[in-house]
Structure formats: C-alpha cells, structure tokens
Design a protein around this ligand. Structure first.
Ligand code: SF4
Ligand code: SF4
Length: 100
C-alpha cells in the first residue's frame, strides 16, 4: 500500500521541483501528451502532491518514456510546468534507486 507524505513536495526542491502544488489535476497535460499513456503525466504529478514515493519509484520507467516535447508545459493552465516535474522526478529516481 502506498504511503502518503504531504511534505514530499519540499523534499523534491533539491531536485528542481517547486511548482507541482499549483497543479489542480485538470488533465490537460494527459490529453495533449503524445504518449497517450494511462493519464501520464497528470497521474505522476498527483503522486508528487500526495507524496506517494513508492508509486513514483514503481512507475519510474514511465518517466523515461517522456519525449520532453514541452506540449504539457505549453498548455498547462496553472503554470505547473509538468515537463520540468518529469525531469526533476528522473533526478529523484536516480538518487533514490535501490536494487531489491
Ligand atoms: S495541465 Fe497542469 S494543472 Fe492540469 S493536470 Fe497537468 S500539470 Fe496539472
Ligand atoms: S514533455 Fe513528456 S509528458 Fe509532456 S507532453 Fe511531452 S512527452 Fe508528454
């Protein structure tokens, strides 16, 4: 079961993330994303908001599918910069990866 840690957004700041809180989960980024994949990136941004670190690590392969095309960032109505959130999450995953 995923744990929820509301302070996680603060933990992400060293990795370059400080705007995920602005996201209001409208889904525009998921609709415009050329990957058309399971509510990406909206869903993973929600994981950041609620601090579902386990889920982020479980779904980390999804991050590397991002094309960094910028469409999500261009169309986000809240300036949440989803493309940059994906980049910061890659840095977080690399820093926290543990072999089981
Ligand atoms: S478009 Fe912006 S506000 Fe809407 S779900 Fe994506 S990141 Fe959140
Ligand atoms: S930058 Fe990544 S997440 Fe955003 S629309 Fe492009 S492929 Fe999708």
């Amino acid at each position: 079961m995923a744990r929820i840690e509301t302070a996680f957004i603060e933990d992400m700041k060293p990795f370059g993330e400080d705007v995920a809180a602005a996201c209001f989960n409208c889904g525009t980024c998921a609709a415009i994303c050329p990957l058309v994949s399971d509510h990406f990136p909206r869903k993973i941004i929600r994981y950041v908001q609620i601090g579902a670190k386990d889920r982020i690590l479980e779904h980390s392969r999804d991050l590397w599918q991002c094309l960094h095309c910028g469409l999500c960032t261009q169309t986000c109505p809240r300036g949440a910069n989803p493309g940059e959130i994906i980049l910061s999450l890659k840095r977080y995953v690399v820093a926290n990866w543990r072999r089981s």
